[in-house]
Design a protein around this ligand. Sequence first.
Ligand code: UT7
Length: 326
Amino acid sequence: MTKVLRSVVTGVGGYLPDKVVTNQDLAMFVDTSDEWIRERTGIHQRHKADDDQAASDLAVIAAQRALEAAGRTPDDVDLIIVATTTPDLTFPATAALVQRKLGCPIGIAFDVQAVCSGFVYALSVADGFVARGRSKCALVIGSETMTRLMDWNDRGTCVLFGDGAGAVVLEPQDGEGAVSDRGLLGFALRADGTKQDLLFVDGGPGTTGTRGFLRMQGNQVFRHAVVNISEAIHAAAEDAGVPVASVDWFIPHQANQRILEGVARRVGIDEHKVISTVAQHANTSAASIPLALDQGVKDGRVKPGQLLLLEAMGGGLTWGACVLRL
Ligand code: UT7
């Protein structure tokens, strides 16, 4: 078989801010209830960053943990990609701030903005460097402070989101060009800008000059999510050359337990293969997949050599899926 270079995940790390906000906490000042939130979303609680913690601060801790797991140090890192929709500043990129805070040498650093799909998009972008031998040690990070975008008077959105960061280290390794190779094996990325009005932030530096608030037509997004994600999953599996049913773990974006289960059912994945953190983390946008991966690795379910399926959907609309062997 032909030798190919693969981008292999060699370390995973996550970070959740200490402060926990329960559904009951929210029900004290929003017209909602613990029962409604649990039944409609599966969420029990979410983490909230302190006022002095920005996306780069969460990202740095997740990255340090991922580097430690990979047996690498900041000195080894030559590429940093941060998927975020809540950057510290309009510019510089959060990735450049992470580079400085970690003390990495001069290299490549930039952000990817695809909202909740950002981590899947960022993995694909990083693969373009690592699998071409242009990066020897890449950090791909999803980091979000989504609670900063909440309108706390909008019960349809403010109960859904939380803050956190997850990171992976990607390194090049020789593969055989076979599905037994470790590394990123297949992708499907999608966007449909005509659906912008279903999920967006109603402000920004180039329009209102304000940060804006997240707005969502939840039930419309829900419908699109189940149908579109299923198509992308099949396309990513085909790109990787594996049947969907052969994946060991399904690690989806954690927006809503009903979406996770609906998608798994639709593509024929056993419910026991779904890693779900939605109850504890809520929707942490681009951070949710690496945080769920970190959880699965930490609790011993997800092991090296296993086949993983990641998927996400978010504002844009954007969506996508990735198949990788850990
Ligand atoms: O990560 C980006 C992708 N985002 C998603 O994937 C989110 C997708 N959407 C969803 O998860 C769900 O649509 C929601 C959880 C947002 C909403 O669930 P739903 O079952 O689609 O509810 P709905 O929006 O159709 O609203 C049903 C009712 C409404 O009341 P009426 O009009 O029937 O009287 C809402 O006002 O539920 C009400 N409602 C609430 N009630 C209590 C909406 N939010 C709340 C709330 N507490 N927090």
